[in-house]
Design a protein around this ligand. Structure first.
Ligand code: KG4
Ligand code: ZN
Length: 334
């Protein structure tokens, strides 16, 4: 069979990224232009600034990707783009760029759901094996998904309030580390001890999560200690927080694997870069004979390579869209 090259674009939040992926599993070239240093000043992503920076960056990122791959648009079989969910102004930049490329070069256009992208980042590690459970942990999502075959997503649980990444970023702010706080909280957690008493988040029989309670508990604890004139030991607070949230995520994911009789686990999304989470899952999966796949750190956070990997499955199914494709701030994964 002829090789398929997909040119993918991702711009749903604060990364402008493009990638060329061969046959859904091989990265030819990826460029990621991050806006973190700009948003850091504001303690979080400012949507208006994010869209403007995407506009400034997109053409360069597209050109650089083709150059890096040493390819021309004529070598490309299809254009893929994240259409949602995400920040609407950011998404629109990628969507309009993809539509322009598709029209000018007469290539089919493939709309990709951002979460499908995160999931398919694992196909760049090794081919997905089914049935599987996918755990998606990011700044906007915490979901447990059952997949019986390619591009079939059954959501079996997820967060009832905050996403796990949101909770990390909030805790980071409270302990005074800059945006995006997740990686630094993770680092501090490894330097501390689990010495603070924090509640276990939604420890029930469901596959759902709730992180707003532990987030508030951290904020209250810090306020109370400061009022008493006590300094918080950041490392210990991060360690206590991380142990609770990773603990419940691992517990519920392992339960889902057992209940569904599934031996394959894939983890995706920005928080899958978390060292504590990676280490705990590795140990638990080894103990329970589960085949675990987690993307390389660079494919955990937002990137277009994962969008190209997901798009290949849609390409095989012929799920293309018209030039009237619109961005969607929220949309169900299907
Ligand atoms: O997937 P992603 O890049 O964007 C979304 O689709 O949301 O995820 C970003 C999130 C941020 O909340 C960031 O703090 C978190 O992933 N994150 C981490 C780590 N690295 C990134 N959280 C915990 N530990 C990490 N090492
Ligand atoms: Zn993401």
């Amino acid at each position: 069979m002829k090789d398929t090259y997909i040119f993918a674009i991702e711009s749903s939040c604060d990364e402008t990224s493009a990638s060329i992926i061969k046959n859904g599993c091989e990265e030819i070239a990826t460029v990621i232009s991050t806006q973190i240093s700009t948003h850091k000043e504001y303690g979080g992503v400012v949507p208006e600034i994010a869209s403007r920076l995407h506009i400034n960056n997109i053409t360069l990122v597209l050109e650089e990707t083709l150059e890096k791959a040493n390819m021309k648009m004529e070598d490309i079989d299809a254009i893929a783009v994240t259409y949602g969910p995400g920040l609407i102004g950011s998404l629109l930049v990628g969507v309009e760029a993809a539509k322009a490329l598709s029209m000018i070069y007469d290539k089919p256009l493939i709309p990709v759901h951002h979460i499908a992208g995160h999931i398919y980042a694992n196909n760049l590690v090794k081919p997905l094996k089914f049935p599987l459970i996918a755990l998606v942990v990011s700044g906007g999502h915490t979901e447990l998904i059952y997949m019986k075959e390619h591009y079939s997503f059954e959501r079996i649980g997820g967060t009832l309030d905050d996403a796990i990444g949101e909770a990390y970023d909030k805790v980071a702010r409270v302990v005074g580390v800059p945006y995006p706080g997740g990686p630094l909280v993770d680092k501090l957690a490894h330097e501390g001890e689990d010495s603070y008493s924090l509640p276990m988040p939604l420890d029930d029989d469901s596959y759902n999560f709730s992180f707003s309670g532990i987030k508030s508990a951290v904020m209250n604890l810090v306020n109370n200690e400061r009022q008493k004139g006590n300094e918080i030991v950041k490392e210990n607070l991060c360690c206590s927080f991380q142990n609770r949230v990773v603990g419940i995520i691992v517990k519920k994911t392992m339960k889902a694997l057992e209940d569904y009789g599934v031996n394959n686990l894939i983890i995706a999304g920005g928080v899958s870069a978390n060292k504590g989470l990676r280490e705990t899952f590795k140990v638990e999966c080894e103990k329970n004979g589960i085949d675990l796949t987690i993307p390389e750190i660079k494919y955990c956070t937002d990137n277009a390579a994962m969008i190209g990997a997901a798009a290949y499955q849609l390409y095989l199914k012929g799920r293309f869209c018209d030039i009237d494709l619109n961005a969607k701030a929220s949309d169900k994964l299907n």
